[in-house]
Design a protein around this ligand. Sequence first.
Ligand code: ZN
Length: 118
Amino acid sequence: MLRCAGSRVARLLSSRDASGDFGIATGMELEELEAQKKGLKRFDLDPPRGPFGTKDEPAIVESAFDERIVGCSGGVGDDEHDVVWFKLKKDENYECPVCTQVFQLKVVGEGGLPGAHH
Ligand SMILES: [Zn+2]
């Protein structure tokens, strides 16, 4: 599928100039591939479900470590926005710059930093 898209872009580029939406679409695909290469699997990083987090009652995100990557996709329906990824740290609440939802990391288990086991 990616190969098809690539050859279509190549044909377009050979017959027309290089500007246009195809360049943008290709860039996004590449970005996604890069993320996959780094081991970011979307199904492991689903945005948290539940009530919208506020400063008084942050959305709780559980983690086995002292920090983890969290994605925010806003609220439901009209409040939804493109997922924003950020690193949430223990004792450091994070406010989404897009929808102002507040997240708090809850360490379950021993904590520590990911990859610190060697
Ligand atoms: Zn958000």
